[in-house]
Structures are given as structure tokens and as C-alpha cells.
Design a binder for this molecule. Structure first.
Ligand SMILES: C[S@@+](CC[C@H](N)C(=O)[O-])C[C@H]1O[C@@H](n2cnc3c(N)ncnc32)[C@H](O)[C@@H]1O
Ligand code: SF4
Length: 452
């Protein structure tokens, strides 16, 4: 049986359905759709309780900036290109949100060790707004213990002044959204920048002296071919970023691209572009990882490769995957605190209304029991490609090879995973489909859950 037949055959031992559309990337466990308003009061209780000094987890911050100059056709993140007049008041609201948290016993006196500004497009903020935001956040929780601070930057928005302010304020990792280095592909996907903007932003970032520069790419974009994708990757390798992240294109149902494909399927004269299937995306990503390895990079998960595993360790991801607390600030951000997952309101208006009234804009939550927390870390660590069996024995008192014996065995039968000594390791074929494998470890009640 070929992988293709298997992937679409639900009667086989693993349920790896591969619909062309819908969400793919697993960002949280349990699935967002299982988080409810009823559980929000438990978050407020958790915030009123000081952390247990024995089990004190590292603290990270995520700040969502939901504004873009123009929405791209494939993007599903919460972001507005028609509400830019609210940017200043939004920055003030985010600063206010952290000041409310800083007074809660679960947070008071703690110092974050990692921070991530994501979007949307954080670099759409003016120099003045960047300064207001960063200084305002530091007033509530000082940055003396910060090991890593990432800021996402869209190529056209990079200016010398902004990058210098960011570096001076302590940003250590600049993540540039390149997506691909082919102007026709960029245009066909609704990007507003060209390859020349990527080169310019990258050079500026290097001159400014960020310790880590990451380039984000997507494999499977509209109009992409093997040739355009591999040529883009060669150009990326020539630029020599410290880290390269390559996402496989998802076509979530709330994107213009999905609407175009759905409209097309209802007409006799379709004109939507051909979209790469999952096997094509995996094949291209497989070769991309090999090309990066040939140039000294190390693959460190399903999406990324770095030049130096120690120096370019990505704390935002790795610490969260080991149970760190994360405070998510801004509209639609999600948090993980004291064993609770929760999410802010995904409407800009209601987010701002709550903060104008001095209340936290928390909309839905899920309280994880001990076995949920163990499974959450297990699933997230799978995304890194390997994990220690003893870690779970020591932290949760479980034998994961016994607990997940049947799922692990089935993955091994497909050569997607190996178990050797203390290590469970995904093969490259396994790593390339890790987000399809993960739901097979869910308990039944979550297997049927919607994504969001
Ligand atoms: C929230 S965006 C922020 C970056 C910045 N706004 C930009 O586009 O340059 C983070 C990354 O998500 C990825 N992304 C967005 N939509 C995606 C999709 N439908 N499938 C796969 N990756 C996607 C892109 O690689 C993007 O760089
Ligand atoms: S990919 Fe980046 S620029 Fe494009 S809509 Fe999404 S967040 Fe905005």
C-alpha cells in the first residue's frame, strides 16, 4: 500500500485523513473548540493563587499585534488591514492588560524569561509605538531575566530606526516573513513585498546586529513549482540566516484562498490555481531539509532548521513544550498558566472594551488534569522530533511506552517513529506529517472535536 492510499483510508490502523482544506498545524492541546466560557472563573481563581515555589515554571509572554498593511490570501491569523486607526489605542490596551496581570498573586514578582511579539505584523507599529509598547511592558514585568525576545517583521515594514530601537530594547531574535523569494509567487498569494524587500530587510537586520535572524517560508504556495521552491531555498541558503522555518501551507476555512477554491468547485469554468497536495509539500520539504543539512543546518522539529543547536535554541517553543507558563496578551491570544489553558476575546472591539473597563478579556478556558498536562507535553514534544521517555517518568510518573503502546507500535509499522533506549524519535517521514500523527494520541472525546 502506498502512503497516499493509506493517508486517505480511515479503515487502516491510524486515522490520518488529509483533507486539502482546513487547519493542520496543532497549536494547542486540548483542541481550542473544547475550551469553554464556563471554565473562565477557574482562571481567575488560579490568578489569585501564588505559584507553588517547588513547581515554579518559567514564565513567557506572547503579544499579538492584529494589524497588517494588507491581508494575504492564505492567512488565517486574526489580523485587520482596515482598522489601522486603532493601533495606538490597542498598544495602550496591551500595556494595560499586562499591568492588571502584574498585580495578580500568580504573576506578581515573576520575571519572564522569553517573550514573543507575533501577529499580524508587529513591525507595522511606528518607532514611537514600539517604544511605548516595550517600555510599558517592562514597567509591569522587568526584562532582566529575558533569555530570548522574538519580534516578527514583514519585509516592507523594516526601517533602520525601528530595527535599532528593537535591538536596543533587548530584542534578540528577528523573524522575517519571507515566505518565498519568487516575485510571481509572492504576488499570486497576495503578498505586498518582492524579493528585493526581503534582501533589504535581511541586510538591515544583519547590520543592526540581532543575535538570531529567522526567515519564515511556506511550502505549497499558489503558483509554486519544484523549480521556484528549490530556487527560493538556494537563495535563502546563500543569505545564511541563523534559523529557517518552513510551514506547509494550510488552507483554513476562514481564508480568501479557501473561498476562491470553494467558489471554483461550484462553477463549470474554474480558474482557481492548482494547489500542491500534501505529498508534494512533504516531498519539497524533505528535499529542503536535506539541502539545509548539506549546508550545515540541523533540523530541529517538523518546521525548522538552525545553524547552531545550542546558540539558536528556540526558547519560546522548547520551554512551552516542557510546561512553561505563557501569558498571552492581545486579542485572540492564548495562555497556559498553572495548568489552565485560556484564550482572550478574538474581537478587537470586545478586547478593547474589556480593557477600557479595567478587566481581563478572557473568553474561554480549559482546566487540564494531570494526565491532560502529561499528554499535552508529550504531543508538543513530538513536534520537536524526539523526546525522552525518562522525562515523563520523572515528571508525571508514567511509562509512556506502555500507556501509548498501540499508537507507538502502529507508527513504527509505518516507519514514522523509532524507540531506542530512552528516546522516542520520529523518522523524517514521521516528522513531515507530525501534525497528522498527533491526533491519534487524543482520547476519544477529543478525536472528533473541531479545531477551533
Ligand atoms: C502570523 S505570520 C506573521 C509574519 C508577518 N506578518 C509576515 O507575514 O511577514 C507568521 C507566519 O505564519 C505563516 N502562515 C500564515 N498563514 C499560513 C498558512 N495558511 N499556512 C502555513 N503557514 C502560514 C507564515 O509563514 C508567516 O510568516
Ligand atoms: S501572513 Fe503576515 S502579513 Fe500576511 S495576513 Fe498573515 S499576518 Fe498579515
Amino acid at each position: 500500500m502506498t502512503i497516499n492510499q493509506y493517508d486517505n483510508n480511515n479503515s487502516q490502523s491510524l486515522d490520518i485523513l488529509e483533507p486539502q482544506e482546513g487547519n493542520y498545524f496543532v497549536a494547542a492541546y486540548p483542541p481550542f473548540s473544547c475550551w469553554t466560557r464556563d471554565n473562565v472563573s477557574q482562571v481567575h481563581n488560579a490568578l489569585s493563587t501564588p505559584p507553588d515555589p517547588k513547581s515554579r515554571a518559567p514564565l513567557g509572554l506572547y503579544i499579538h499585534i492584529p494589524f497588517c498593511a494588507k491581508r494575504c490570501d492564505y492567512c488565517y491569523y486574526l489580523s485587520y488591514d482596515d482598522k489601522l486607526k486603532h493601533v495606538q489605542s490597542y498598544v495602550d490596551a496591551v500595556v494595560c492588560e499586562l499591568s492588571i496581570y502584574a498585580d495578580r498573586p500568580a504573576i506578581t514578582g515573576r520575571k519572564p524569561t522569553f517573550i514573543y511579539f507575533g501577529g499580524g505584523t508587529p513591525s507595522i507599529l511606528s518607532s514611537q509605538q514600539i517604544q511605548t509598547l516595550l517600555e510599558g511592558l517592562k514597567t509591569s514585568l522587568p526584562w532582566d531575566d529575558i533569555q530570548e525576545a522574538t519580534f516578527e517583521c514583514a519585509p516592507k515594514t523594516a526601517t533602520t530606526t525601528k530595527l535599532q530601537i528593537l535591538r536596543h530594547a533587548g530584542i534578540t531574535r528577528l523573524s522575517i516573513g519571507a515566505q518565498q523569494l519568487n516575485d510571481e509567487v509572492l504576488r499570486a498569494n497576495g503578498r505586498i513585498h518582492l524579493s528585493s524587500d526581503i534582501y533589504r530587510a535581511y541586510e538591515l537586520a544583519r547590520e543592526t546586529g540581532f543575535p538570531v535572524i529567522n526567515l519564515d517560508l511556506i511550502v505549497g504556495l499558489v503558483h509554486e513549482t519544484d523549480e521556484t521552491f528549490y530556487a527560493s531555498l538556494e537563495q535563502v541558503i546563500d543569505m545564511a540566516p541563523d534559523s529557517v522555518t518552513i510551514y506547509q501551507l494550510e488552507i483554513p476555512l476562514n481564508t480568501p484562498l479557501y473561498k476562491q477554491l470553494a467558489d471554483d468547485s461550484r462553477t463549470d469554468t474554474p480558474n482557481a490555481p492548482a494547489i500542491a497536495d500534501w505529498n508534494t509539500k512533504r516531498r519539497r520539504l524533505m528535499r529542503a531539509f536535506s539541502m539545509l543539512e548539506d549546508h550545515g543546518y540541523h533540523v530541529c522539529g517538523g518546521y525548522s532548521a538552525v545553524r547552531n543547536l545550542k546558540e539558536h535554541r528556540f526558547a519560546y517553543q522548547q520551554d512551552q513544550y516542557q510546561g512553561a507558563d505563557l501569558l498571552g496578551l492581545g486579542a485572540a491570544s492564548f495562555s497556559y498558566l498553572a495548568g489552565m489553558h485560556y484564550q482572550n476575546s478574538a474581537s478587537l472591539e470586545s478586547y478593547m472594551e474589556c480593557l477600557n473597563a479595567g478587566t481581563l478579556p478572557i473568553e474561554r478556558a480549559y482546566a487540564l488534569c494531570k494526565s491532560d498536562r502529561m499528554l499535552r507535553e508529550f504531543l508538543l514534544q513530538l513536534k520537536l522530533g524526539s523526546l525522552s521517555i525518562d522525562y515523563f517518568r520523572q515528571k508525571f510518573g508514567v511509562e509512556i511506552c506502555i500507556l501509548f503502546a498501540s499508537q507507538l507500535k502502529r507508527c513504527m509499522n509505518f516507519d514514522w517513529l523509532t524507540v531506542q533506549g530512552d528516546t522516542i524519535e520520529l523518522t523524517r517521514e514521521g516528522l513531515l506529517r507530525v501534525d497528522r500523527i498527533i491526533p491519534n494520541f487524543y482520547p476519544d472525546k477529543f478525536r472528533v472535536a473541531r479545531y477551533s
